[in-house]
Every structure is written in C-alpha cells, then in structure tokens.
Design a protein around this ligand. Structure first.
Ligand SMILES: Nc1ncnc2c1ncn2[C@@H]1O[C@H](COP(=O)(O)OP(=O)(O)OP(=O)(O)O)[C@@H](O)[C@H]1O
Length: 266
C-alpha cells in the first residue's frame, strides 16, 4: 500500500461557474498518492463536476489543478490527452461498453486507444477482475456486475495511477457491489489512488477518507482510516501547499445527503 506521503493531486480554490450557478465553489483539496477517497453529497452538489475536472474532462472557471506536480492549465491539449490516457482510469455507472464487441474486444478497443493491442494483456486484465471465462461474451450476455467488471478491466489496461469512479456500484446488487469493492481494495493495496463518487454509505465507508459537497462547496470530511489521517496531517504540517483536512465532520453521508435534499426541497 502507498504510504500517502506524497501529493498526487491538488485543487487550489477551484470553482466551476455556469452563469449564476457555482457548480463548484472555491474547493481546495489535496489527495496524496495512494489515498482511497469518497466524494458524497446530494444530487446537484457538484460531485460529477469535480470528477470531470480531476479527470481532465473539464477545466475550472477559477483556481488551478495540479496533478503529479504539473499544473493542468499549462498543458497543451495533446499533453492533457496523454494525462487522460496514461494516468487516469475511468469507471462509470453507465458502462459505455460497445455492444457489438465481446468483453475482451471491449478491453482491446481501450488498448487500441493506448496504441497497444495485446490480447494476452487484455485477458490478464479480465483475469484480474475474475472474468476470464466470460471474455468472449457480448455485453448483453453479461450481468450488470460482470459488465462493470469489464469496465474496470478496461480502466486497468494502462495501469493508471488513479481510478476515478462515478457511482461504480449504482446499478449493482449487493453481491456484485461487494465484488467491485473487493477489486478496489486490491488495487488500493497495490498503491492505486482511488476516487469514488457515490450515494451509497456502504461504498463511501470503504474509503480511507470521505468528503462531502453541498451546493458546490466542500462542507465536511470524515476519516475512516485514522493512520491515513495522521499521515495526511503530518504531510499538511510540512507542506504549505497541502489543503489541510476540514474540522467539520458528518455521521452518515447518505443520511446527510438526504437531509440536505429534503432541506433543499422545503
Ligand atoms: N454543463 C452545465 N451547464 C449548466 N449547469 C450545469 C452543467 N453541468 C452541471 N451543471 C449544474 O451544476 C450543478 C452540479 O452538477 P453535478 O452534475 O456536478 O452534480 P452531482 O452532485 O454530480 O449530481 P448527481 O448526484 O445528481 O449526479 C447542478 O446544479 C447542475 O445542474
């Protein structure tokens, strides 16, 4: 497991503004190498916007994002594409599998994007997610859980530094959710940084750290791994660039998210 002592990602006073709406409002966040982080918050609180910015799929209106020491603002489109390709693995709730390609062909299509097509390596990625036997089936012949595992295999083929997952278990039953969480656990143990957006408190609770967004603002933080918190605080004490952890906690992200939603509706 990575020791969380190096900064991988830093957001400095990031806002994303659409007209009058601050989808993200002055968010500062530091994620050390190897951290498993959950992002929670009610619908419309800015979670996907934050993920898109971290994943280099969108850029902030204000503030800056530094990934592996590089300020993303200074990168050309080609360099950004390289970051997307080589550093980040994306997993979505909607699987985005190509329906007329088999599981292994879907993984190989992602390899093609990375300019290496290697059937053995694709099969290895499927083996890692326990799907070797289903490699030659089409998505419609696979269960929801199996399709999500193909997506994870697809995200793994370039050995990404970070897995960004947006509601990765949103469509899955409990058994399949557990399989996906176990995969994330293995990846985390191998040192991969994992950032997950979720509405599900069980999924959120697997992370070392949970942060909560509300109306685009970072409003609360909860640590499930106190050793990781200690390491983070030590990092913040020695590095003035690190956004210190918030003092404001929250009990149950799902409950808080729901109560925020009902407050919004009132
Ligand atoms: N391209 C856009 N143009 C205008 N407003 C947008 C755009 N993208 C997002 N928003 C708004 O920004 C806010 C945050 O959206 P975002 O999708 O990040 O929320 P979320 O927390 O991921 O929500 P959900 O849990 O429902 O997916 C919402 O009010 C949304 O309507």
């Amino acid at each position: 497991m990575a020791d969380n002592s190096e900064v991988l990602l830093h957001l400095d006073h990031v806002s994303k503004i659409y007209g009058d709406l601050h989808a993200l409002d002055d968010v500062s966040l530091t994620v050390p190498q190897g951290q498993w982080l959950s992002i929670v918050g009610s619908s419309g609180s800015g979670k996907t916007t934050l993920m898109n910015i971290i994943g280099c799929l969108d850029s902030p209106s204000k503030g800056s994002v530094t990934l592996q020491g590089k300020n993303l603002e200074n990168l050309r489109e080609r360099e950004l594409a390289d970051v997307r390709k080589n550093v980040i693995g994306l997993v979505f709730q909607k699987f985005y599998l190509v329906q007329h390609l088999t599981a292994i062909e879907n993984v190989m299509a992602a390899q093609y994007y990375h300019s290496v097509v290697d059937g053995e390596q694709a099969m290895d990625a499927l083996r890692q997610v326990g799907l070797e036997e289903r490699a030659h089936h089409l998505p419609r012949e696979l269960s929801g859980g199996e399709q999500q595992r193909v997506c994870i295999a697809r995200a793994l083929i370039n050995c990404p530094e970070i897995i960004l997952a947006d509601e990765p278990t949103g469509n899955l039953d409990e058994a399949n959710e557990q399989i996906v969480l176990d995969l994330f656990k293995n990846l985390h143990e191998q040192g991969t940084t994992i950032i997950v957006v979720t509405h599900d408190s069980t999924v959120a609770g697997q992370a070392q750290r949970e942060i909560m967004l509300n109306h685009g603002k970072l409003v609360g933080e909860h640590w499930n791994d106190l050793e990781a918190k200690k390491a983070f605080d030590a990092l913040a004490a020695t590095n003035s660039q690190v956004a210190a952890s918030l003092d404001t906690g929250f009990d149950d992200p799902t409950k808080s998210a729901k109560s925020t939603m009902s407050r919004d509706k009132a």
